[in-house]
Design a protein around this ligand. Structure first.
Ligand code: TEU
Length: 580
C-alpha cells in the first residue's frame, strides 16, 4: 500500500549524492553564554562548551555554530563587537577557542563561528576614533554619519526605525561639546552601522575571516547579511523594519529577479552580493589541494520571498541561508507544504541545499510558540501576564515539528536546549532582562531573554549543573529539573532520546540527500511525504497537524514516532511518524 502511494507521487526535489558536508549537515547552535559555565561566574564560557562537546557528539549532529564570543560590552548579547579577533574574558581566551576547535574536530564535529559585519560596538576603537575626529574625516567615513535635518540639525537624517525599536539614528556631541552629527544604527545605539562602501572596512573584515580560518574554523554564520549595503541617499522609509513573515512567493513564479516582498532601503540591496562573492574567494583560499567548498558561509538574511534568499546562495556566493520562512510558518499543514515546496524549488534553482530551522536565540522557543492559543505566532518574548503557552501541547507539537523537519532533505539547524524540549521562560522578572529591545520599546516587548536561559544539565544540582557554583546569569524556572540532561538520558520516552534517535536514523538513511515527493490522498491537516535517497529504502513521513486521530496505513512499520502510539493503527493528533 505504501509502495503504491509513493508511485503516484508529486516529486518536488530529486535525490543527490555529495561529499560536501554542509549540504546535508545538522548544525547545532551554541549560545555560549547559556550553554555551560566552567568557572562558576554564572556565564557560560568556551571551556564549558569544550567540556560538554561529548553531549553534541552523542546527540549525533555534524557541526556546531557558536554565537559571538568576541570582545564585547554585551549590550546585545555579544552582537556588539569591540575586537573581532579576540575572545571576551567572560568567555575565556584565544587558547580556549583553539582548544574548543581542536576537541570538536577530534569528535568529528565541524565548527562555524559568527561574524557580525553590519555594525561594531560603539566601544570599537574605530568608532571611538570617529567620535574624536571631525565631521567629514576619514575616521567618520568608516560609519554612516550624516548631518541632521532642520535648522539646528536637530532632526534625524531620515525616518528609519531600528529593528529593536525607536529611531535608527543617534546624535553625537562633537569633541568641542556642541550637538553634532547623527550616526545610523539599524539595531541598538550601541551598535553603529559600518560603511560598507569603504574599502578599509571590506579589507579588515576579510582579514578577520582569514584570522579564524587559520585557527581552523569550518565556516561562518553571517549576521544580518542583507543589511550591509544601504540604498544611495538613505531615502526615507516609514515602516519599522519587519523581519520576514512566511516567505512564500505570492505567485510562486520562481524568478530570481522577482522583487523583494517587503522592500526597504536598508535591506537586501543588490550591492551585498559582491561582498559575499569576495568572501567566498577568501574561504576558497583555505581549501586543501584538490578539494572544493570545504568551508561554508551561511546567511542570516530575513528576506522574502524565498527566491530573494536564493540569491545569497548562488554558486559563487554563500553555501546556505537560514530558512526563516519555514521558522515563521504557523501550525498549518497547507502552509508547511507551500513553504517546503517553495524552499526546495528556490534552492534547486541555484544548486544550493535548503535549510530548516525552528528555533534560535532570537525567537520564542518553538514548543512554546506551538503551544500558544494562535499556534506558531511569533511574539518578541512572552510576559507572565500574556496568554501562556500550553506546555504539554506545545512540546507535543514541537516534537512533531522537529520530526518532520529532520526528515526534510538539506541541512537543519538545532538551537541549544531544544533537544531537551525546553520551553521559553515566560516569567522572567523585568529586573533581570538584558535584551536591548526590552529597553528600546520601553517594555512593550519582553524581548529575547526567555530563549537564552542557561541550560539544565543535572536535575539535582544547584543551577541544574550549569555552573559549578550554581550561579546562572538568568534565573532558571524551578520546574526545569525534569528537562535536565541527566533526567532524560537513557529514558526511552524522553525528548533527548527522541532527538538522538531521529538524528541517528536521518544519518543512517541518508535523508539529508534524499528526494522529496508529496503523497496525495491524505487529509488536509496531514503533511505526507516520501523522502527517497539516491540509494536505500527511504521513508514515508506523516505529520498529523490536526486535532483528530487518523488511521495509519496497513502494514506500516514505524521507524520513529514523535509521541507514544497507544494504538499501532492510529496516528494521534499533533504527532509525526516515519514509516519504512
Ligand atoms: O539578528 C538580526 C535580526 O534581524 C534579529 O534581530 C531578528 O529580527 C529579531 O530578533 C526578531 O525577533 C541578528 C542576531 O541574530 C541578533 O541576535 C542580533 O541582535 C542582531 O543581529 C544584531 O546583531
Amino acid at each position: 500500500m505504501l509502495q503504491n502511494r509513493v508511485m503516484t507521487t508529486d516529486r518536488v526535489h530529486e535525490p543527490f549524492v555529495t561529499d560536501e558536508w554542509w549540504r546535508t549537515a545538522v548544525i547545532y547552535q551554541v549560545y555560549p553564554r547559556s550553554f555551560a559555565d566552567s568557572d562558576g561566574d554564572g556565564h557560560g564560557d568556551l571551556p564549558g562548551i569544550t567540556a560538554r562537546l561529548d553531549h553534541l557528539a552523542a546527540l549525533g549532529v555534524d557541526a556546531l555554530w557558536l554565537s559571538p564570543f568576541y570582545r564585547s560590552p554585551m549590550k546585545d548579547g555579544g552582537y556588539d563587537v569591540i575586537d573581532y579577533r579576540d575572545v571576551d574574558p567572560l568567555f575565556g581566551t584565544l587558547a580556549d577557542a583553539d582548544a574548543l576547535i581542536a576537541r570538536a574536530h577530534e569528535l568529528g564535529l565541524r565548527v562555524i563561528v559568527d561574524v557580525v559585519p553590519n555594525h561594531t560596538s560603539a566601544q570599537h576603537p574605530w568608532f571611538e576614533a570617529a567620535l574624536a575626529a571631525p565631521p567629514g574625516s576619514p575616521e567618520r567615513d568608516r560609519y554612516l554619519f550624516r548631518d541632521g535635518k532642520g535648522e539646528q540639525g536637530q532632526v534625524e537624517p531620515n525616518n528609519w526605525i531600528s529593528v529593536l525599536g525607536a529611531p535608527a539614528w543617534t546624535r553625537i556631541t562633537e569633541a568641542d561639546g556642541t550637538p553634532g552629527q547623527w550616526y545610523c544604527h539599524l539595531f541598538d545605539a550601541s551598535q553603529p552601522d559600518l560603511n560598507w562602501a569603504h574599502p578599509k572596512v571590506r579589507a579588515e573584515m576579510e582579514e578577520t575571516l582569514r584570522f579564524w580560518l587559520r585557527r581552523g574554523v569550518d565556516g561562518f554564520r553571517v549576521d544580518v547579511a542583507h543589511a550591509l549595503i544601504k540604498a544611495d541617499g538613505l531615502p526615507d522609509h516609514a515602516k519599522r523594519v519587519e523581519m520576514a513573515s512566511a516567505g512564500v512567493a505570492a505567485d510562486a513564479s520562481l524568478d530570481l529577479d522577482a522583487p523583494s516582498a517587503d522592500p526597504h532601503p536598508a535591506f537586501d540591496q543588490d550591492g551585498v552580493h559582491e561582498i559575499y562573492r569576495s568572501w567566498r574567494r577568501v574561504l576558497d583560499e583555505f581549501d586543501p589541494p584538490g578539494e572544493r567548498h570545504t568551508r561554508a558561509l551561511v546567511a542570516e538574511a530575513w528576506v522574502s520571498p524565498e527566491t530573494r534568499l536564493a540569491r545569497y546562495i548562488r554558486p559563487d556566493e554563500m553555501q546556505q541561508a537560514f530558512n526563516f520562512g519555514f521558522l515563521c510558518t504557523k501550525w498549518d499543514a497547507a502552509a508547511y507544504r507551500r513553504i517546503i515546496t517553495e524552499s526546495l524549488a528556490s534552492c534547486d534553482l541555484v544548486g544550493a541545499p535548503a535549510t530548516w530551522v525552528l528555533s534560535n536565540h532570537d525567537v520564542v522557543r518553538h514548543p512554546s510558540r506551538f503551544g500558544l492559543p494562535d499556534p506558531g505566532f511569533r511574539p518578541n518574548g512572552i510576559y507572565a501576564h500574556d496568554p501562556q503557552p500550553d506546555e504539554a501541547l506545545g512540546l507535543r507539537r514541537g516534537r512533531a515539528a522537529t520530526a518532520f523537519m529532520l526528515a526534510l532533505p538539506g541541512s537543519a539547524y538545532l538551537y541549544n536546549g531544544e533537544e531537551l524540549g525546553l520551553p521559553e521562560h515566560c516569567a522572567l522578572p523585568d529586573e533581570v532582562r538584558q535584551a536591548p529591545e526590552f529597553f528600546r520599546t520601553e517594555g512593550k516587548e519582553a524581548g529575547r531573554d526567555g530563549c537564552r536561559v542557561p541550560l539544565p544539565w543535572a536535575a539535582s544540582e544547584p543551577g541544574f549543573g550549569f555552573s559549578p557554583t550554581g550561579r546562572t546569569w538568568l534565573p532558571q524556572p524551578v520546574e526545569w529539573a525534569k528537562y535536565a540532561v541527566d533526567a532524560q538520558a537513557g529514558v526511552a520516552t524522553s525528548t533527548l532520546e527522541f532527538y538522538r534517535e531521529a538524528l541517528r536514523l536521518r544519518r543512517r538513511l541518508g535523508l539529508g540527500g534524499g528526494g522529496l515527493a508529496w503523497l496525495p490522498g491524505w487529509d488536509d491537516k496531514v503533511l505526507a511525504f516520501s523522502n527517497f535517497p539516491a540509494s536505500g529504502p527511504g521513508i514515508t513521513v506523516l505529520a498529523n497537524l490536526g486535532d483528530t486521530p487518523l488511521p495509519l496505513p496497513e502494514c506500516a512499520k514505524v521507524l520513529l514516532a514523535s509521541a507514544d502510539l497507544p494504538n499501532p493503527e492510529i496516528l494521534p493528533a499533533n504527532t509525526t511518524v516515519w514509516l519504512a
